[in-house]
Design a protein around this ligand. Structure first.
Ligand code: FE
Ligand code: FE
Ligand code: ZN
Length: 272
């Protein structure tokens, strides 16, 4: 079964997201753990979670993906920003325990001039602080477009972070199609080759989720601007091949395209 869905607003709770997902033909979804620009998170309502879990079971909603706020930068040069990253991720992972067995994705961060090596150290230091064997969530590093001083534009950088993390069984990767294509991995002409490279450098067993986005920019542009499916430089055919690739079978695929619900519904239908 293909698990495909999109990014939904979490402002009205989990049951609401579950119902929205089903209404657009989705059987997974992604949501922000709090306002994407940061700020305080709403406390979890256990009744909402309970209702959601029953609904999800009934409607066969699979693994879901929480997304950390964009303002979270684990490798900032500013101690206060790093402290915000630590407190935010710690609190997000605490709230994720209400929904055991799901995924928490974050952008590795930007080293802002400190150098890639220092960035890798700071990200893995934070993960070593927060990941423990009793956690019921898998934390995902997202593949990035390599914009500015972003860590994660190369598979090697993600592998280097992962090598330094002790509790590696709680750590995985989320592959974003727009980001990797912008980052210089040609999944349009050579999807198999890119997946082989991913397997060699990181290991395909570490790939836990996929963001399915078209890109507004050409190959290797290092820009990170998402486009609707079929309207960008990747195209529908290439993205269809991603969703149906045997090596990615069973992973949650989440659209993060510029759409309202009806647009997402149409894209989910096209990709199925
Ligand atoms: Fe992201
Ligand atoms: Fe993404
Ligand atoms: Zn993006």
């Amino acid at each position: 079964m293909i698990h495909i869905g999109c990014h939904l607003s979490s402002s009205r709770g989990f049951l609401h997201m579950g119902k929205e997902a089903v209404s657009i033909g989705a059987n997974t979804f992604q949501f922000f753990t709090r306002n994407p620009r940061g700020s305080k998170a709403k406390e979890i309502d256990p009744k909402d979670v309970e209702a959601y879990l029953a609904f999800a079971k009934e409607h066969e909603i699979g693994t879901i993906v929480a997304h950390a706020p964009y303002t979270l930068n684990a490798c900032s040069a500013d101690e206060k920003v790093r402290e915000f990253a630590r407190l935010t991720m710690e609190d997000d992972l605490r709230r994720m325990e209400y929904l055991p067995g799901n995924l928490y994705n974050f952008h590795p961060g930007s080293h802002v001039g400190q150098g890639t090596q220092r960035g890798i150290e700071l990200i893995s230091d934070l993960l070593n602080e927060l990941l423990s064997p009793d956690l019921h969530t898998t934390v995902l590093l997202e593949t990035m477009a390599g914009k500015g001083s972003e860590i994660g534009g190369r598979f090697e950088e993600l592998a280097a972070v992962m090598e330094r993390v002790e509790c590696s069984e709680k750590l995985g990767v989320c592959l974003d199609t727009c980001h990797v294509y912008d980052g210089g991995y040609d999944i349009v002409q050579d999807l198999d080759g890119v997946l082989e490279e991913f397997d060699r450098v990181i290991g395909l067993d570490r790939l836990k989720a996929v963001h399915v986005n078209d890109s507004k920019n050409p190959f290797a542009s290092h820009k990170d601007r998402h486009e609707k499916i079929g309207e960008g430089s990747l195209g529908l055919e290439a993205l269809y091949r991603v969703v149906h690739h045997p090596a990615l079978c069973g992973l949650p695929f989440c659209l993060e395209t510029p759409n309202e619900l009806d647009g997402y519904a149409a894209e989910i239908r096209m990709l199925r």
